[in-house]
Design a protein around this ligand. Structure first.
Ligand SMILES: *Cc1c(COP(=O)(O)O)cnc(C)c1O
Length: 386
């Protein structure tokens, strides 16, 4: 089966991990900080904090910004459940904003309308978490303008998009937000096996993230409440978590960073090839906004066939050993979320998209032969051939 996404591991990656295995520190050593510095400099942001997953990163980013019981977070339904779950971990409530029919990102007009209504009812969100779906940025400048009007904070779920940019700034620069979170799961743009990175320009938030990553503990005498009793002494000042990442993982991440730009270039070239080969078929191809460079985590097409269901196309592609996928099941559709009584009719664009969306395989090591095979099979299936 050709997978929809996968990592690429080089000999350099293997050597980097082996070097850590032979060193004094498997965790809490120099590789963690080295990766953090590398990411911060790449994104042109002040601080980066590496954690065990993007989910962990979302959780402590929300918590560091004060999200708690009685507060509200809004996001898009077209995301992985983690964006919403991390707010539930904080005890906050979650609501959704419908998507844009071209980018499949949170739609700014829908956000504006929902804010106007919430303002009247006194139920404005505390945090809005836009997700840069498939690697293409949301319209962050417009969301930022709304945040200044309505007084919410912004956390970017940037799981898909290290290497992407918006208005000439790298995603992760936090030029329009309080924090951004990357994922380094193997299907994402670069990998550490499991892992996530939070970026921010806010020193106070940075200190909070460091504490929350490791049990709420500080060893910084300036942050201690009692007198420092000696070199063994530390204080737990918050209820934090064990969300640390290892040096082995960070060494892999650092080595992968060397190839980040070439990975994104390769993805762009494959996307251009897909666009060319699939033009003319009854499908909607991905749409790229002018002020964005996507990292192309996902290549999603939306079917326009009336006689053939997405299910049928999906099953026939899988039968041809092509690992198509669907991103995403709208979060409110999951049984766990039924208790919160979302009405799917409030999300018509999300529903229409979900009925017809199909993710085709895309990753740097995908060959032209594999891609040609995928395109031929898809064309055959949706134009009625066999
Ligand atoms: C992958 C992903 C996450 C979670 O990432 P992990 O590193 O697996 O925790 C969160 N949000 C989105 C949009 C994702 O695609």
């Amino acid at each position: 089966m050709i997978p929809y996404g996968r990592q690429e591991i080089s000999q350099d990656d293997i050597d980097a991990v082996v070097t850590v295995l032979k060193s004094d520190f498997l965790t809490q050593g120099p590789a963690v900080e080295a990766l953090e510095r590398r990411i911060a400099s790449y994104c042109d942001v002040r601080y980066a904090v590496a954690v065990s997953s993007a989910t962990a990163g979302l959780h402590i980013a929300y918590q560091a910004l004060g999200l708690k019981q009685g507060m509200r977070l809004w996001t898009t339904p077209n995301t992985f459940v983690a964006t919403a779950n991390a707010a539930l971990y904080c005890g906050a409530s979650v609501d959704f904003v419908d998507i844009d029919p071209f980018t499949y990102n949170m739609a700014v007009p829908a956000l504006r309308m929902k804010l106007e209504q919430a303002d009247k009812k006194g139920s404005l969100p505390d945090i809005v978490a836009p997700v840069h779906f498939s690697g293409q940025s949301c319209q962050l400048d417009e969301i930022k303008a709304l945040s200044q009007q309505y007084g919410f904070l912004i956390v970017e779920d940037a799981a898909h998009c290290i290497g992407a940019d918006f208005n000439g700034r790298k995603i992760g620069s936090c030029a329009y937000s309080n924090a951004a979170i990357f994922s380094t799961h193997p299907v994402k743009i670069i990998t550490t096996g499991e892992g996530g990175i939070v970026t921010t320009n806010d020193e106070q938030m940075y200190q909070a993230l460091l504490r929350l990553r490791t049990h709420g503990i500080t060893r910084d005498p300036h942050l201690m409440q009692n007198k420092n009793e000696g070199a063994w002494y530390f204080e737990q000042v918050d209820l934090g978590y064990h969300y640390r990442i290892t040096d082995m993982q960070c060494a892999l991440g650092l080595s992968q960073m060397e190839r980040l730009d070439s990975y994104v270039e390769r993805r762009r070239a494959l996307v251009a090839r897909y666009n060319e080969k699939l033009a003319g078929l009854p499908i909607k191809l991905p749409y790229l906004q002018e002020n964005c460079n996507s990292s192309w985590h996902l290549y999603v097409v939306v079917l326009k066939n009336e006689s053939l269901s997405r299910r049928e196309v999906f099953d026939r592609m899988r039968a041809k050993n092509i690992g198509v996928n669907v991103h995403y099941i709208p979060v409110y559709r999951h049984p766990y979320f039924h208790q919160f009584n979302y009405n799917p009719r409030n999300f018509p664009e999300t529903e229409a998209y979900y009925n017809q969306a199909l993710t085709l395989p895309l990753y740097p090591a995908l060959t032209h032969e594999e891609q040609d095979y995928i395109c031929e099979e898809l064309a055959g299936i949706i134009t009625g051939g066999f």
